[in-house]
Design a protein around this ligand. Structure first.
Ligand code: NAD
Length: 373
């Protein structure tokens, strides 16, 4: 009877959400709250202005990894330096510490998370803490704790305090039985890594909290992200970041994936802009809670060829890591992101030639500066 009652309540929440956005009527009391309308009804993507509205107060977890510092920088330009708090369990380098607010936050410490959200009046949370694919396979118990228990803490704190929540998912949330080229938003997802399993769990739990408690959960499945000034954190697509520095410095690179392994990739600026855009999108534009986003797909050999346009003598050799190769082969070669493009106007700026030119310029300039010193 209890289960039947709960199911009826969920159906009622869903129906009311769709019909009149009156879900609060059936929520448990502790989740009731009044979210101020931060955006005008007719707010357009790319053009939402915060000059007249109160900007969100933002917390980024796991912010000292490959993506968090760049996200903080983008959000601080948009919402003001002091409105964006970076957090992690690592000690920040001086330039990060002095660039804006930073706090220690272990996502396994739920009391501390509540304290931060309450004390800093957080209204948006970007949950970046995670153990990535290769690191997760090397330490499954820790990956389970951080990626699953940690996510539960984040979901509860966001629902309790009426916080809009972004959680990134990944191409790793697909598996060998998913359509490979391209993988659509909705399809079979049977990943074979703890990382992928935890991200499918995050997608489903976020969607469940949305229907059950009205949590404003938003999620993008990122491809492999390529950045110039931050190091990757132990994923399967890391080679596509490391190759550029090696090409400029040594003219050679030893790749840990096979030459013909095709994977979806994206330049970091596109990834971070997509993240901000989906968070700013008016709720009525979102027909789903989890979207694929995509920009380009390439193999190590194709990337090496594109690199030779800038470094003609560049040599790539292969020393395949069986763990990473098996993971890569279970992932899709490309993503279908047509729903993101249709619903909230997603569009990437960087294709392979622009990506390679940008990365080579960055590392070339850095090498020249180092040599001059
Ligand atoms: N980088 C990519 O190519 C990529 C692709 C798809 C999805 N993502 C997702 O984007 C997010 C950010 O990725 P990233 O590349 O910056 O990751 P990263 O591995 O570089 O950084 C993750 C951060 O989480 C922190 N962390 C670990 N345990 C923690 C804990 N208990 N409490 C708080 N923080 C903890 C680490 O200290 C680290 O700084 C992750 O959720 C990842 O799954 C990244």
């Amino acid at each position: 009877m209890l289960a039947l009652g709960m199911l009826k309540q969920v159906a009622s929440v869903t129906a009311q959400t769709k019909a009149s956005s009156c879900w609060k009527l059936v929520l448990p009391l502790r989740f009731l709250g009044s979210a101020p309308d931060r955006f005008p009804q007719d707010a357009k993507l790319h053009s939402t202005s915060f000059s007249e509205a109160e900007p969100p107060r933002v917390l980024i977890t796991g912010g000292l990894g490959q993506l968090g510092v760049g996200l903080a920088s983008l959000l601080r330009k948009r919402f003001g330096k002091d409105n964006v708090i970076l957090s992690d369990i690592k000690k920040p380098p001086a330039h990060v510490f002095h660039s804006g607010p930073f706090v220690y936050a272990d996502i396994l410490d739920d009391k501390k998370l509540h304290e931060i959200v309450v004390n800093h009046r957080i209204s948006w949370l970007f949950h970046y803490s995670a153990l990535l694919s290769a690191v997760g396979e090397a330490n499954v118990a820790l990956a389970r704790d951080v990626n699953i228990t940690g996510l539960h803490n984040i979901l509860d704190v966001a629902a309790e305090h009426n916080v809009r929540l972004f959680v990134p998912s990944t191409i790793g949330a697909f598996g060998p039985t998913s359509p490979q080229n391209p993988a659509p938003d909705l399809c079979i997802q049977r990943p074979r890594t703890i990382y992928g399993v935890s991200k499918v769990h995050a997608e489903l739990m976020g969607e469940y909290y949305y229907y059950r408690y009205g949590l404003d959960f938003r999620c993008l499945r990122y491809p492999g992200i390529i950045s110039a000034d931050s190091q990757p954190g132990g994923g399967t697509t890391d080679y596509a970041v490391q190759i550029f520095q090696a090409a400029v410095k040594n003219g050679t690179f030893e790749c840990n994936l096979e030459a013909n392994t095709r994977l979806p990739m994206m330049y970091i600026n596109d990834c971070l802009r997509a993240t901000l855009e989906v968070m700013e999108a008016p709720a009525e534009r979102l027909s789903m809670r989890t979207y694929n986003i995509s920009a380009m797909s390439f193999t190590p050999e194709e990337l090496a060829q594109a690199l030779r346009k800038h470094v003609p003598d560049f040599q790539i050799t292969y020393c395949v890591d069986p763990l990473r190769q098996a993971i890569a082969e279970s992932w899709p070669m490309s993503l279908d992101d047509s729903n993101a493009r249709k619903d909230w106007g997603w569009n990437h700026d960087f294709d392979l030639p622009e990506l390679v030119a940008t990365m080579i310029n960055f590392h070339g300039a850095r090498t020249r500066i180092t040599q001059a010193n």
